[in-house]
Ligand binder design. Structure first.
Ligand code: C5P
Length: 237
């Protein structure tokens, strides 16, 4: 597959067209950003670690019957993905309280949420990705009702699969963010799943092994991601 021009460059990944209009190449850069791009750093190895982490998780999700855009790894920092028509919405599921829900609702970090709770956010940097509901999404035409309902259903399915997988590896999946798009009319999981977009804590010590290490200046960011990968059996070499 031939790599052509850059179509889009986000905060941590760039996307390129290919000679096949149905497929793109996703390049994981070492850039790491937080607070709507206000804190940005280059972290060595992060692009490679997240690319391989994402490939591992997407393959597990496919095995569990969840349609994803992931096709194959083609280099340390690149993979081939299906070209989706993305919905401008983030789907967040939370098994434990952390981050913005603690600030918004005044709840203590680490509180177990039973059942897990769910939130939609609009992808809009200028507005700081505000929380929205199904009615907003439908009324403003950001996505069709059936598609957003499917995205929510798939997010809970992903959560069930991954919560168990991380639990088996001695980790708590605290929360995670997913993005979906349409491929030939079907709702498909897009973007990435890596410690950049989820919270993972050691089950015993509750040590943070995700992007909160970067947000909170704890150091050892990529080392934390690699520790999670090591426990899952991912080979980063
Ligand atoms: O910030 P908040 O607590 O709402 O984040 C919930 C989850 O979604 C976290 O795992 C965070 O890393 C992820 N997230 C993300 N991209 C965003 C916002 C949140 O990956 N733009």
């Amino acid at each position: 597959m031939e790599k052509r021009e850059e179509l889009y460059s986000g905060k941590a990944k760039s996307v390129y067209s290919t000679d096949n209009p149905d497929y793109m190449i996703m390049f994981f850069r070492n850039d790491t950003s937080a607070f709507d791009g206000k804190k940005v750093e280059q972290l060595e190895r992060k692009g490679m670690v997240n690319n391989k982490f994402n490939a591992f998780i997407m393959s597990k999700l496919e095995e569990a019957g969840i349609p994803t855009h992931f096709e194959k790894l083609i280099s340390d920092q690149e993979c081939v993905v299906k070209k989706l028509d993305m919905m401008p919405i983030e789907c967040v599921v939370r098994n434990y309280a952390a981050g913005s829900i603690c600030r918004r609702l005044g709840v203590e970090e680490g509180l177990e949420l039973n059942p897990p709770t769910f939130e939609f956010f609009l992808k809009n940097d200028e507005l700081g990705d505000p929380m929205v509901n199904e009615h907003h999404i439908e009324s403003f035409g950001w996505a069709e009702k059936a598609h957003i309902e499917k995205a929510k259903e798939l997010t809970f399915k992903v959560n069930a699969v991954l919560k168990q997988m991380f639990d088996d590896a001695g980790l708590l999946l605290v929360d995670h963010k997913l993005e979906f798009g349409l491929f030939k009319g079907e709702v498909v999981l897009g973007d990435e799943f890596s410690p950049d977009g989820c919270r993972l804590w050691d089950k015993e010590t509750r040590e943070k092994l995700d992007k909160d290490r970067f947000r909170q200046g704890l150091g050892g960011v990529v080392e934390g991601y690699e520790e999670v990968g090591r426990r899952l059996g991912i080979n980063f070499d």
